[in-house]
Design a protein around this ligand. Structure first.
Ligand code: IMP
Length: 184
């Protein structure tokens, strides 16, 4: 059956099979780096929910998962203000933390989160992001280091595989660019 959201998509950037094979590579790197460490793998809701479900199944190590929600975006632009909407349940102290994020744009959301987590005395904090937006403007400073990156994507508004536009398109199995008329 044809996907009824397909007409809203200008182009597909990462088809399902491309995402799947990149996740296998990322999973191998993560398995090597976190072997024996029992990391606490944090999902930043809601965008990373689909990515984390897939990536943890490519990590051949014992781990724990927890979920956190922050908000900084409305529509296609950042409000510039980060709020914790849902905090973690697990204790962070002494743990190796892997933050799993859908997409890093300015890095504002994650730099806030990393600072929050570091104040709780973890053993380490690293970031695994499915997408890292390439900034067209070279003067734009990214505010965090992202150790594990799925793909460097164009500086466009993308949806699918967890990423939304006003809560829609998260369940698209691929990642694509939305037609301008959908948000103008
Ligand atoms: P940052 O704080 O500018 O790095 O933005 C990160 C957050 O903004 C991500 O976790 C997403 O929720 C959202 N975001 C940024 N760019 C996009 C996009 O192209 N599509 C959907 N959500 C996005």
């Amino acid at each position: 059956m044809k996907n009824e959201m397909e007409n809203d998509i200008k182009k597909v950037l990462y088809p399902e099979d491309v995402i799947k094979s990149r996740l296998e590579e990322l999973g191998e790197a993560l398995s090597n780096d976190y072997a024996g460490k029992n990391p606490l793998v944090l999902c930043v809701l809601k965008g990373a929910s689909i990515f984390i479900a897939d990536i943890v199944r490519h990590m051949a190590v014992s781990l724990q998962m927890d979920f956190m929600a922050v908000s900084s975006y409305e529509g296609t632009s950042s409000t510039g203000e980060v709020r914790i909407v849902k905090d973690l349940e697990a204790s962070v102290e002494g743990r190796d933390i892997l933050i799993v994020e859908d997409i890093v744009d300015t890095g504002l959301t994650l730099s806030y989160l990393v600072n929050q987590l570091k104040s709780r005395n973890p053993a380490s904090v690293n970031i695994c992001a499915l997408l890292l937006k390439k900034k067209n403007d070279p003067s734009t400073q990214r505010m965090v280091d992202v150790k594990y990156v799925g793909f460097e994507c164009p500086d466009e508004f993308v949806v699918g595989y967890g990423l939304d536009f006003n809560e829609k398109y998260r369940n698209l199995p691929y990642i694509g660019v939305l037609k301008e008329e959908m948000y103008s």
